[in-house]
Design a protein around this ligand. Structure first.
Ligand code: ADP
Length: 593
């Protein structure tokens, strides 16, 4: 991979191109230079030879006999291996070692001849029409007594120079190729040397970017790469610390948010959910846990959420609303929608409070006040009416006055009972009632009431049955409180069971709890009313209860007392069949003997 990395390939290509350019430049320049040297040497050699021949020619003949000249030319050309030409001052070729002079054109215009005719040594390199190859020429004028007699020209083919230069070129190329190959190999090794730590560093940086903060950064030297590696490693450690801190913070925040009973929903500007704690999902009836990234309307059918989010974002203000949830378990929710910080508003946070219970309690309290007034008013009105009747003459009516006084007494008693119950309930509910909580034998409490209850049951024509376990049943409670519970449940059982029926009081339980049950075969309570009978003043049949002397507070007192002792109350009942009230209390384990 390192060998193929783009940077190393680039580096290699640049270096290779540089190498190639240098090699070509070097070979071309050296070749050119070499050719010049060889040509110069050749020219010098030709000039020296021409001078020697000219001296020799001067001695050969004074006349210009063509035959003599031709023989001299042929003879010497053979010896020195060069072409020799003799030309008269008019440019007419007198003799030539390679061609018949008579067939040769006038040579006065040939550059080397022209220079010689002008008195200097002439030289030229060109293609010869006569011998049809490139030749190097040197021409010298031969004078006798200062008069130009003849031009001596010698020539040799240039291809010998070309051959020499080509040989040198070949060697140069071999050398350049060898040097190039070595330097390219070194380039590759060098590129690898540079790229290896760089590529390791890149891999490590990519791993860190992908979240692997534990990935070690390879150690490098003290060069720039080493400095970079140390900087990346420092960055990695800082990032790791920051990410850990952030993770801890968000975990803390998530724990806080998820343990809240208020629902928290964060939504971005596109109405996509950023966060929803467990309470918000529960309150809105959202079943899927993965809601992040989905739109509000996708996760919840409550359009009001979306509208509140839009309004809060548009007006950049907190929107407060109340609404009832859809679905089977209807809850009343208060919603507070606030813009997240930023401009434009990047989203909203919606806080949901379940105010169902609060509203119910408010209603209960309001009803309670109304009920108390009403309950107090009824007997008072009766007392007032009877007193008025007496004052207006009935006092002297010996036949009826006693009856009216009795009625006043009854109503006063009812008022008294009501006030006693109200005071007791208020004390129990407020938690101010000072209970004497200690170990109480529940079976004994029941047994103590047996004879009184038996009489009251018989008086109503009811059969009372008491079922107690053999072992004592110890609970932690206030004895008077237990008696109040039992009295109320028994009184109700008597009241709401027609004569001939049966009331059973029994105690049972398990290792941890004792259960006191009061069962009757009376009128029973419908399922709808079962949920409400523990409310204050709630009576299934108001008139009947009132006639029977009930205040509607008995079961509320029983419930609160039971809860004060750490227990709970349950009711099983069927209309027309009877009811069973069960008080489940934590058991006090018997002391070791
Ligand atoms: P009350 O003084 O009217 O009896 P309670 O709080 O004791 O008030 O009871 C509330 C209502 O529950 C009663 O009015 C009655 O309608 C119903 N109730 C209580 N106990 C029984 C029972 N054993 N059988 C049938 N109805 C009962």
């Amino acid at each position: 991979m390192i060998w193929l990395s783009r940077l190393s390939v680039k580096l290699f290509l640049v270096y290779a191109a540089l190498n190639l350019t240098l090699a070509i430049g070097y070979v071309t320049w050296v070749g050119h230079w070499q050719r010049q040297i060889v040509t110069q040497q050749m020219e010098d050699h030709l000039l020296t030879t021409a001078k020697a021949l000219r001296s020799h020619l001067a001695t050969v003949s004074d006349d210009l006999d063509r035959a003599v000249l031709q023989s001299w030319v042929d003879d010497l050309a053979r010896q020195i291996g060069m072409r020799i030409t003799l030309i008269d001052p008019q440019g007419i070729v007198l003799a030539d070692s390679l061609e018949d002079p008579l067939l040769m054109e006038n040579h006065a215009a040939r550059p080397e001849v022209k220079q010689a005719l002008e008195g200097d040594a002439g030289k030229a390199a060109r293609h010869s029409n006569t011998v049809r190859m490139r030749m190097l020429y040197t021409a010298l004028p031969l004078r006798t007594n200062g008069e130009l007699r003849i031009v001596l020209r010698i020539a040799m083919p240039l291809h010998s120079i070309d051959e020499q230069v080509a040989t040198i070129h070949r060697y140069l190329w071999i050398l350049a190729t060898a040097v190039g190959a070595v330097s390219l190999t070194l380039t590759l090794l060098g590129a690898r040397q540079i790229m290896l730590p760089l590529s390791q560093l890149t891999d490590a940086a990519e791993a860190i970017a992908a979240g692997n903060y534990k990935r070690q950064i390879p150690k490098s030297g003290n060069d720039e790469l080493g400095t970079l590696a140390r900087a990346v490693d420092h960055m990695r450690r800082e990032l790791m610390i920051q990410m850990n801190e952030q993770r801890e913070n968000s975990q803390r925040l998530e724990t806080v948010l998820s343990s809240m009973t208020e629902g928290i929903l964060a939504v971005n500007a596109d109405h996509r959910v950023l966060f929803a704690n467990a309470a918000s999902r529960r309150l809105l009836g959202i079943e899927t846990a993965e809601v992040a990234g989905r739109t509000l309307l996708e996760v919840s059918r409550h359009r009001i959420l979306r509208n509140a989010a839009s309004e809060a974002m548009e007006k950049r203000k907190t929107v407060e609303q109340e609404f009832e949830t859809l679905g089977a378990a209807r809850r009343l929710l208060a919603m507070r929608t606030t813009c997240l910080p930023g401009n434009p508003c990047p989203g909203v946070v919606i806080v949901l409070y379940d105010i169902t219970e609060l509203r119910r309690l408010e209603n209960v309290r309001r009803d309670f006040a109304a009920n108390v007034s009403h309950e107090l008013k009824t007997p008072l009105s009766s007392i007032k009416a009877y007193a008025e009747t007496l004052r207006l003459g009935a006092l002297d009516d010996k036949q009826h006055n006693m009856h009216f006084v009795q009625r006043i007494e009854e109503q006063a008693e009812r008022l008294h009972q009501l006030i006693v119950d109200l005071l007791q309930l208020a004390r129990v509910e407020s938690g101010r009632e000072a209970f004497d909580i200690r170990e109480v034998a529940l079976d004994e409490v029941v047994a103590d009431c047996e004879s009184v209850y038996g009489e009251r049951a018989s008086a109503k024509g009811l059969h009372l049955e008491i079922q107690l376990p053999d072992e004592p049943v110890l609970v932690r409670a206030d004895e008077n409180g237990l008696v109040t519970i039992l009295d109320n449940l028994f009184a109700n059982a008597l009241q709401y069971t027609p004569s001939g029926g049966r009331v059973t009081i029994r105690i049972h339980g398990d290792a941890s709890h004792a259960v006191l049950e009061v069962e009757d075969t009376g009128v029973g309570i419908s399922a709808r009313d079962q949920q409400r009978v523990f409310e204050r003043f709630y009576r299934v049949d108001k008139a009947r209860s009132r006639d029977l002397g009930g205040t509607g507070l008995g079961l509320a007192i029983v419930k609160h007392l039971t809860q004060s002792f750490g227990g709970e109350i349950r009711l099983r009942s069927e209309l027309g069949q009877g009811s069973t009230f069960s008080i489940r209390l934590p058991r006090q384990s018997p002391r070791p003997a």
